[in-house]
Design a protein. Sequence first.
Length: 430
Amino acid sequence: MISRYSRKELTEIWSEENKYKIWLDVEVAAAQAMEKFKIIPKGVASVVRRRGKINVKRIHQIEGKVKHDIIAFLTSITEKAGIKARYLHQGMTSSDVLDTSFNIQLVQSGKILMKDIEKLLSVIKKKALKHKMTPCIGRSHGIHAEPITFGLKLASYYEEFKRNKKRLENAIGEVSTCAISGAVGTFANIDPRVEIFVSKKLKLKPEPISTQIIPRDRHAYYFSVLGIIAGSIERFATEIRHLQRSEVFELQEFFSKGQKGSSAMPHKKNPILSENLTGLARLVRSSVIPALENIALWHERDISHSSVERNIGPDANITLDFALFRLTNLVDNMIIYPKNMMKNLNITKGVIFSQEMMLELTKVGLSREKAYKKIQIHAINSFNKNTNLIELIKKDKSITSLISEKKIDKVFTYSKHLKNVNYIFRRVFR
């Protein structure tokens, strides 16, 4: 991933240096197990750990010749650690190291993403509580529907990211497995106790059955969850973009001193951060289909998944980390305009109370169909004549003969729409 959309902590996890460090951790843990079970001589693991320094450049030099990354790695370690390193990798196959290490990188990344979501949840909650009773219009199909509060909007995103946190927690558990089972996964040349030892040492679970590789449905699940989280980010970003439009202007991205919004038009303050998040979400989601297609490999192993994972492993995790961090800062610093929210609430001259007026007519004896038609006609005239709906309702004697003006006035207030806000907040923020 390019540095523009990368943060240090995730980038380091997917660095060549860290990858080889994890490979060494796996090999050393396996050597420790083999020593314990008297498969190799004592002292191999300690010598390799002490002397086997990672030299990325040297590994790449060797790989350029042998065309095999694990052999190049082992050769490089042997050059540093000496003759005892010949006992490394006894009975193991490349996938034992590659798959276990890849899972460790996913776990490391997932834990940071969990922290990212926790920070985002904290910021959303703070804003939601502050604007719990800030009235604004609820929209369906982009059209004014009925009043809600801005706090309720934010509470919806809070609940969604709570679900995302749980999904990610499950996905981390899904890829927290280790396979040290040798060629075609039969343990023919390696003691199964080695796998159990390594799993415990690296805080993973033994893969119940590996076909030389760890099954890729686990990874498909992980990347699918990243895609869902990206979808949630885009939903939030899209809402911010809409609410910042000049015709709406209910909120605005923070605009720093000296910042410029357009090279041509000095007045512009564009929603660049939320638009950027929309694009980043697309990138993360693009990893989902390849991850799903990686499930179907030939027989006990092929490497058609390898090139895919070398790309989507770092890219999806690094991008999502950056996107979550950016969204958190965006929400924390966004400028909210309650007066404009109230202005937009009233822009449609009270037609947003049409449902409640219709229901009142059904309570006094009209069929739903007749009540709907009667209010719909007045609502259309309200639009066409730019007249408040309540004025047209009060002039209709067929309505005022059934419902008092006092009752009509009560219908055209926001209180009923806000009466259960506290109830909803208790359910979300319990």
